[in-house]
Design a protein around this ligand. Structure first.
Ligand SMILES: Cc1cc2nc3c(=O)[nH]c(=O)nc-3n(C[C@H](O)[C@H](O)[C@H](O)COP(=O)(O)OP(=O)(O)OC[C@H]3O[C@@H](n4cnc5c(N)ncnc54)[C@H](O)[C@@H]3O)c2cc1C
Length: 538
């Protein structure tokens, strides 16, 4: 059985993987039969910080040699188990139903974000003649729309930072790490690499793509979908679901065109509030769910590097962090940092006129001089002020409108120095921030409800103890970060069909079943597999 060798130092010396492992284990290179790099990440706790790698290793002399090594009781060395094999599997096969797929059964997928794209891709690979409908533009054109918004505040409500090919994840940092590792994840990662992602994302512990890379991957994915027989339509907004005899059997587009098909996979993300309403109108069942709201905090990247690495970063990647604050019950609400973007910028992420929402993005090289993350606080359905499923969306919308007004228009965002928030005074001025549409110094208490402010204050003080400078004079807050996930969940049964409306399959982040690019893609894949299983079963 192979060995799992963990924490092998990855130095600058030009060693190949086999030599690196041999040096680490005190063996000569010919004693190694094969090595497979599984994971690589920086250990920032070491001084100096160091890249460490994990490998699957086979020795030429097989079991006796492995037993000899294991008997040395070395830390970070054990047998590579069947469970490890499952964790690091690189795919899950798709059945080929091309010749048997019933011509009458055309699945419709709504939304070309990660959930919809990967659902359509999986269906296409199985031979389904699926139809993918996207309200926004293909990424090449969307790029110009997003640029016009971020530079000049000209918002196209249908093609922007959250709507259009690639969904909300297209103009992002593109973090694609999750704690989960298995064959399904392997399938998603493998497809990303097949269509242009850096192959190292398969191994990086903290892999990210970056906006520039995502922009290259999307047209290739689109071409692959066409090759597989999946029809992709842009500027095709679904406004209504067609229901016959209690089942969803198709959709109506803006403009009135009717399209029949089933099932209808709805992967419309957490910003399509109009589509949530259309789903409810058609009979889909939904419930409220908690969310997190707060503001982006921005620091010079140099400050984060120095605090994490104890020095300038040199050749290491820009340092990142992830913090949680769980104050004693009754003092303040729990909070955490979310979607940290090292070497990134804060961006406008609204699709609605008169609303300010911020988020973070970066390019693949993460070269920007700033680091940002959202500091977000738990918000419960009891805060929403009403019991209907969309009350949470109205709660978000209220904050976003206040923020727009407070920014003074033109999508300027309200901002405050962390020190001023902690001292309970409005900011009179702000240092240079990365948010391109400008920040208006203010008092965030005018925008965010009291419990969110208290949770953020408690968290910022706590994070300062973990990263000196986090709440220091260079730290600025830009608000609000309201759309960390969906405040509603569209309930579904074991077959992933809506409990209230069979034939409709709510998936991804907007349906309340994912939070992030990879989990949305996995949920889309799961929905496709459920469809494929019913067709495969005859
Ligand atoms: C700026 C930014 C940065 C982010 N950074 C990261 C990150 O680094 N890592 C990470 O994991 N996550 C990140 N996220 C979150 C991530 O993008 C989302 O979790 C993910 O995209 C959700 O995928 P989804 O497919 O469920 O929905 P979405 O990506 O939101 O896609 C929904 C799609 O449906 C389309 N649509 C909506 N309504 C209709 C309709 N009625 N008819 C037709 N089409 C419709 C939309 O145009 C959109 O393309 C970021 C988000 C933003 C905004």
């Amino acid at each position: 059985m192979p060995l799992l060798v963990s924490n092998v130092p990855w130095t600058d010396e030009p060693l190949d993987d086999a030599r690196r492992v041999a040096v680490h284990l005190g063996l000569s290179p010919p004693e190694i039969l094969s090595v497979q790099l599984l994971k690589r990440s920086v250990d920032g706790r070491r001084r100096p910080p160091l890249w460490l790698a994990n490998y699957r290793v086979e020795l030429r002399d097989g079991e006796p040699a492995e037993q000899r090594l294991l008997q040395q009781g070395r830390h970070g060395l054990r047998l590579f188990t069947a469970r490890d094999a499952q964790r690091f599997a690189s795919s899950v096969p798709v059945p080929d139903l091309r010749s048997t797929w019933p011509a009458s059964q055309r699945p419709i997928v709504i939304g070309a974000g990660p959930a919809g794209l990967f659902a359509a891709l999986r269906l296409g690979e199985a031979g389904a003649p699926a139809l993918l409908l996207e309200r926004g533009e293909p990424v090449e054109r969307r790029h110009y729309d997003v640029r016009a918004f971020w530079r000049h505040g000209q918002l196209d409500p249908e093609s922007n930072a959250v709507f259009g090919e690639g969904g909300a994840g297209a103009f992002s940092d593109g973090k694609i790490y999750t704690r989960r590792r298995d064959g399904e994840l392997g399938w998603v990662f493998r497809r990303l690499v097949d269509h242009g992602a850096d192959p190292r994302v398969m191994e990086e512990g903290w892999a990210h793509l970056g906006t520039d890379r995502i922009r290259e991957i999307l047209p290739r994915l689109r071409a692959r979908l066409a090759e597989l027989g999946v029809e992709v339509r842009f500027r095709a907004r679904v406004d209504r679901f067609v229901v016959e005899h209690g089942r969803c059997v198709g959709v109506e587009l803006a403009g009135g065109e009717l399209l029949r098909g089933a099932p209808v996979i709805v992967a419309t993300g957490h910003s399509a509030r109009d589509t949530w309403q259309a789903m409810l109108d058609a009979g889909a069942s939904a419930e409220q769910r908690p969310i997190h709201i707060g503001a982006r905090v921005e620091h010079p990247q140099r400050l984060v590097d120095q605090a994490r690495y104890g020095a300038e970063r040199g050749a290491l990647p820009p340092a990142s962090y992830r913090f949680t604050s769980v104050p004693p019950a009754g003092r303040a609400r729990p909070a955490h940092t979310f979607c940290m973007c090292p070497g990134g910028t804060i961006v406008a992420a609204s699709n609605h006129a008169g609303r300010v929402v911020v988020n973070g993005m970066s390019y693949s090289n993460r070269r920007a001089a700033f680091a940002n993350s959202a500091v977000v606080v738990e918000v419960l359905p009891s805060d929403y002020g009403a019991a209907d499923p969309l009350a949470g969306a109205r709660f978000q919308d209220h904050i976003e409108r206040l923020a727009f007004d407070s920014g003074g228009g033109g999508f300027r965002a309200p901002g405050q120095l962390v020190e001023d928030l902690l001292a309970g005074r409005p900011s009179q001025g702000l240092p240079k921030v990365s948010y391109t549409l400008g920040a208006q110094p203010t008092d965030l208490r005018e925008i965010l409800p009291g419990p969110i402010i208290e949770g953020m204050r408690e968290a910022l003080r706590h994070f300062e103890r973990q990263l000196p400078g986090f709440a220091g004079p260079e730290a600025v807050l830009i608000a609000p970060e309201t759309r960390t996930s969906a405040p509603v969940r569209f309930t579904r049964g074991p077959d992933l069909h809506s409990l209230g409306l069979p034939g409709l399959m709510p998936v991804g982040e907007g349906a309340g079943f994912a939070g992030g690019i990879v989990s949305a893609a996995l949920d889309g894949m799961k929905a496709a597999d459920a469809v494929i299983a019913t067709v495969g079963a005859g």
